[in-house]
Design a protein. Sequence first.
Length: 230
Amino acid sequence: MKVAVVTGASKGIGRAIAEMLADEGYSLALGARSIEDLKKLAEGLETEVFYHYLDVSRPESVDDFAERALKHFGGVDLLVANAGVGYFGRLEEIRGEDFEKMLQVNTLGLWRTVKAFLPSLKKRKGTVVAVTSDVSARVFPRGGAYVATKWAARALVRTFQLENPEVRFLELRPGAVDTHFAGSRPGKPKEHGFLKPEEVAEALRCLLKLPSDVRVEELMLRSVYQKPEY
Ligand code: NJP
């Protein structure tokens, strides 16, 4: 039985990926701050699930979560580092505390989470899926601070890959997705340009079925209703 860790599993893309992985027969370690949502999710999944409070912006929370998950399962094969937040505004207007929150979650949180599970992933020749963004390699007005945290995340993923060739690192770069991201409400019509979180999970399902000696390093996916921009 393969074991997968999903961070930010309480809603949105992380939740859809957790459901897909359960369907694929993975045992799951799920982390997020909304523990009630994790509990409800775990109850509906037909696989072994360990869930625990996780705040990736706090080093001690990441260490505690990783220690408990590794103790529970003995090791992990797949880490989906998905937890992320978004605040938007012109660079001269965005609040310092919002920029710092994004750095703590999107950038340092990703680094901490990968670091905590890396020894086990190396032992098992595992895979890391880092959910960044289609903006991890472009910029747009009012997105500068968020985008900077995702470019930095991309740099971390690539450096982790160079330093750890025995682990496969995939940067998953979704465009707009119909979730709770940045305070939005799910349920938008497809024509507004948003993928459904389940569609992101389906794309990942396909990639995970490839032979273990194939390393997909990057996947960018967007709705056909979203303007292509690079
Ligand atoms: O957003 P949402 P998505 N510690 O808000 C968790 C990227 N992305 O699914 O802690 C631990 O529905 C939060 O859990 P909770 C985006 O940057 C999205 O769309 O309980 N977990 C929840 O489960 C992010 O990296 C779009 O509040 C923390 C989850 O993160 C990823 O996709 C476009 C946390 C967020 O769920 C998933 O976001 C794009 C913390 N400190 C990239 N803070 C898009 N939706 O349009 C938050 O290009 N979480």
